[in-house]
Write a protein that binds this ligand. Structure first.
Ligand SMILES: Cc1cc2nc3c(=O)[nH]c(=O)nc-3n(C[C@H](O)[C@H](O)[C@H](O)COP(=O)(O)OP(=O)(O)OC[C@H]3O[C@@H](n4cnc5c(N)ncnc54)[C@H](O)[C@@H]3O)c2cc1C
Length: 403
């Protein structure tokens, strides 16, 4: 092996996209610790952003379709290979749209629903054979045992059995990086500040700050997967962040596996609220509100949590379920959803940057980053190790379509 055969791959960002990419690179047939080094550079903590605080829905009806085709099967394969059911809470789940009325709670039910939808339901627009079921059925499925039937106006299933699943995002992301580390991937804690290029435009280094000191590592390939912070590393990339709050609740008894997109009419309000509620294994229920306009801080550690939004969210979900009302709130948190502001709507940016040899972007996964991480990571590992993506037709996601 000559020095020119040595690959030094640097992944910027230790969220689900960066960690899963590290995993797939470390499983690629051409990878060996003899000829390739892989470093994940993380500014704060692994899965400290949305990747540790998301709901974790994984759906065949998510978008973009071409990526979902790759990713759903990969989630199933990873879960089978690494016992995902035990390790990261993998399971299939029921999923539907619930509309109804909330009950008056002690102290009044809380309105406070900020106005930016997380847009998961846009997945319903696609009209191919794998599209969700349409039409409303009144009444709840018999096994959906934790919302009140007398408050239900309509329930519409969003998919057939086996088409919606879930993972625990924090456990999935940390498992990916642990499995990657077992194969020699390194994690370095530091904030990337710039990428260095040679005179012919190829990447050659990444500079980062660690404990107020600047360091530079050499790189033959740089994958930028800094989620909503991607444009702080590459200003030309049109990605921004939207804050969203979430809570977890230990219900008063274990509840059945359903993810609900709700529209709740509260007694004291003219406008409905729309929290998403996901039952999880291990007697946990996750709920999140739509996003708000709070500007992004410098790092995941500085994200502000507004207690009032979390309290309002609890009051909303408690208003339709005794099991949640009598339950205990175990976590109140907030994080930033990565948005892509131009190009094909709601699509992440995945691919090589023209004119910058060795520079790859894998970011902007909007509300489907947990679902689309394995598909993204598989594609990026092929791009970096083989020079082209063969697992799917992902040309539409290439950076030149966005900026
Ligand atoms: C409330 C909510 C619920 C959601 N629910 C779901 C769901 O059910 N299903 C689904 O598929 N998706 C869901 N999502 C979307 C999903 O969480 C995101 O798309 C996904 O987590 C994005 O992952 P990421 O790795 O790109 O970004 P992030 O998780 O934001 O990770 C980026 C990482 O990069 C690091 N970083 C930033 N700048 C630098 C730098 N300069 N140097 C080094 N590191 C840096 C950060 O510290 C961070 O750790 C949800 C999102 C929200 C907000």
């Amino acid at each position: 092996m000559t020095a020119s055969d040595q690959r030094n791959i640097v992944i910027i960002g230790g969220g689900i996209i960066g960690c899963t990419t590290a995993y797939y690179l470390s499983r690629h047939p051409k990878y060996s610790t003899e000829n390739t080094s892989i470093t994940v550079l993380e500014a704060s903590s692994i899965a400290g952003g949305a990747s540790g605080k998301a709901g974790g829905l994984v759906a065949k009806w998510a978008y973009p379709k071409e990526l979902v085709k790759v990713t759903f099967a990969e989630h199933e394969r990873l879960a089978a290979e690494h016992n995902g059911a035990e390790r990261w809470g993998w399971r299939y789940t029921g999923c539907g749209q619930w509309e109804g009325r909330g009950e008056e709670l002690e102290g009044g039910s809380k309105k406070m629903d900020p106005d930016r939808s997380l847009q998961k339901k846009e997945g319903l627009i696609d009209g191919d054979s794998e599209a969700p079921l349409s039409g409303s059925t009144k009444g709840l499925p018999r096994d959906l045992d934790w919302v009140k039937s007398n408050l239900t106006d309509s329930y519409a299933p969003m998919a057939r059995h086996g088409e919606t699943a879930q993972v625990h995002p924090y456990l999935f992301t940390t498992s990916m990086i642990e499995l990657a580390q077992e194969k020699g991937v390194k994690v370095v804690y530091g904030k990337a500040t710039s990428i260095g290029y040679s005179s012919d435009g190829a990447v050659e280094s990444v500079t980062y700050i660690q404990d107020s000191e600047s360091h530079t590592i050499s790189a033959t390939d740089v994958i930028v997967s800094a989620g909503p912070w991607t444009s702080t590393v590459l200003p030309q990339v049109p990605i921004s962040g939207t804050r969203a709050h979430s809570i977890t609740i230990r219900p008063s008894r274990p509840v059945s596996a359903y993810a609900l997109f709700t529209e709740i009419q509260l007694p004291d309000s003219a406008q409905a609220v729309t929290p998403e509620i996901y039952a999880r294994p291990n007697n946990e229920v996750y709920a999140c509100s739509p996003g708000d306009g709070k500007p992004m801080p410098e790092s995941t550690k500085l994200v502000e949590v507004d207690e009032k939004v979390c309290e309002a969210l609890f009051a909303q979900v408690a208003s339709i379920s005794d099991e949640l009302r009598k339950g205990e709130v175990t976590v109140k948190q907030a994080c930033y959803l990565p948005n892509v502001n131009s190009g094909p709507q709601g699509h992440p940016i995945i691919g090589s940057v023209r004119g910058s040899k060795g520079l790859v972007i894998a970011a902007g996964h909007t509300c489907w980053g947990i679902c689309n991480a394995p598909g993204t990571a598989k594609a990026v590992s092929e791009l970096v190790m083989d020079g082209k993506i063969t697992c799917g037709k992902l040309d539409k996601l290439a950076p030149h379509n966005f900026f």
